[in-house]
Design a protein around this ligand. Structure first.
Ligand code: GLA
Length: 418
């Protein structure tokens, strides 16, 4: 399709669309809760220098190392199951049959072998491709005429998850390409999670983005910019997602999720309080919990935050309803809330202050809770607090750029066991 006019693209592709079965790719029982796992991009980027940086370059050894860590360090049991290759895995050219192929020096055993390695550890393999002429880093892209071939290649290789980026294509190609890839993946018969970067490339919000259609064809989608290794970046993303909650919240649910991008906990940019804040806010958003860090050298504090069972249970709650920002106080305290199964809920108090731990006073009634008593569990101190009546004033001490995260259960109901 290189150089083809929009009309020519449509002439070729529209009849093709009509021929494909009208089954939705995301209607395959996958991603009923937000996907969890590990992805290379934020931490390892496009490091292809395996001579000088063999431990960190994008190579089969890196993904094997991460599969080892996920399966041996308690991650898999918590639900972190996808090991996802990002950009820069490919050879600069397709093979003689027009198929994508990995860089032979960095992936000498090939992707099927890596998939077997990952599967043998009870994990799943994700891969990256781009709806366009080239990937964002200039490797071969998937133009409209290559979609069926690439979907079949991934299925043949034993891939379980596709991140489909959108660099180097126009809006019409994307409008045709994302649904086509969804159907092509489905037509292979291999269940694969489909992650779409489409909204990022068309303005992120309605009317340019049709979130109903996205939910029909993708299991998750990147709405907005790439995360970077800093608290500024985490705040920038959380602000966009909560400022636009009225547009995007309803789009999320079992099988289809908004994706504010990877967890950067365990890298260089966040303090421990900021790390808890990312974990807490991502869980309130029902975000995919996809880490991008070096699992071979995580300290215990970062590991404890990422492996916090209460936060994970909130993120993975079966109701699948994305949470909201309830309040922005003048004191620069913000309150976030998410409803959970069995009338339970999660609340996060976030401080945007930079002075000292702030004592925030409120009542559950002021936060919208109905009359009654609630059993409160503090997620990060992993302790049950006293029961609260909805009218009773309580105070929480919130560290600068930190959070307090609570799980609340109305009294008289089953203990959720978090
Ligand atoms: C885009 C995506 C990132 C990453 C890079 C790879 O920027 O949004 O997540 O996949 O491309 O080049």
């Amino acid at each position: 399709m290189f150089g083809a006019s929009a009309a020519a693209v449509a002439r070729v592709t529209l009849p093709l669309l009509a021929l494909l079965p009208l089954v939705q790719s995301n209607d395959n029982g996958l991603a009923l809760t937000p996907p969890m796992g590990w992805m290379a991009w934020e931490r390892f980027r496009c490091d292809t220098d395996c001579n000088d940086d063999p431990r960190n370059c994008i190579s089969e050894a890196l993904f094997r190392d991460m599969a080892d860590r996920l399966s041996e360090d308690g991650w898999r049991e918590l639900g972190f199951e996808y090991v996802i290759i990002d950009d820069c895995w490919m050879n600069r050219t397709r093979d003689r049959d027009g198929k994508l192929q990995p860089d032979a020096n960095r992936f000498p055993s090939g992707i099927p072998h890596l998939a077997q390695y990952v599967h043998a550890r009870g994990l799943k393999l994700g891969i990256y491709a781009d709806m366009g002429r080239f990937t964002c880093m200039g490797f071969p892209g998937t133009t409209l005429d290559r979609i069926t071939t690439d979907a079949q290649t991934f299925a043949d290789w034993g891939v379980d998850y596709l991140k489909f980026d959108g660099c180097n294509s126009n809006a019409l190609e994307q409008m045709l390409g994302y649904p086509l890839m969804s159907r092509a993946l489905n037509a292979t018969g291999r269940p694969m999670v489909f992650s779409c970067s489409w909204p990022v490339y068309v303005g992120s919000l309605p009317p340019e983005v049709n979130y109903t259609l996205l939910g029909d064809i993708c299991h998750l989608w990147r709405n907005y910019y790439d995360i970077q290794d800093s608290w500024d970046s985490v705040q920038f993303l959380m602000d966009w997602f909560f400022n636009n909650q009225d547009f995007i919240q309803a789009a999320a649910g079992p099988g289809h999720w908004n994706d504010p991008d990877m967890l950067i906990v365990g890298n260089f940019g966040l303090s421990l309080d900021q790390s808890r804040a990312q974990m807490a806010l991502w869980s309130i958003m029902a975000a995919p919990l996809i880490m991008s860090n070096d699992l071979r050298q995580l300290d215990n504090a970062a590991r404890g935050i990422l492996q916090n069972k209460g936060a994970i249970a909130i993120d993975q709650d079966a109701l699948g309803q994305q949470g909201r920002r309830l309040l922005k106080e003048k004191s620069r305290i913000e309150v976030y809330w998410r409803p959970l199964v069995d009338s339970a809920s999660a609340v996060v108090f976030l401080s945007r202050r930079s002075d000292m731990p702030f004592l925030y006073r409120t009542t559950l009634g002021k936060l919208g809770y109905g009359a009654g008593h609630y059993q409160v569990y503090d997620v990060f101190s992993e302790s049950k607090l006293k029961t609260l009546n909805s009218t009773e004033t309580f105070s929480v001490s919130i560290n600068p750029s930190g959070v307090v995260m609570w799980h609340l259960q109305p009294m008289g109901r089953q203990d959720p066991g978090v």
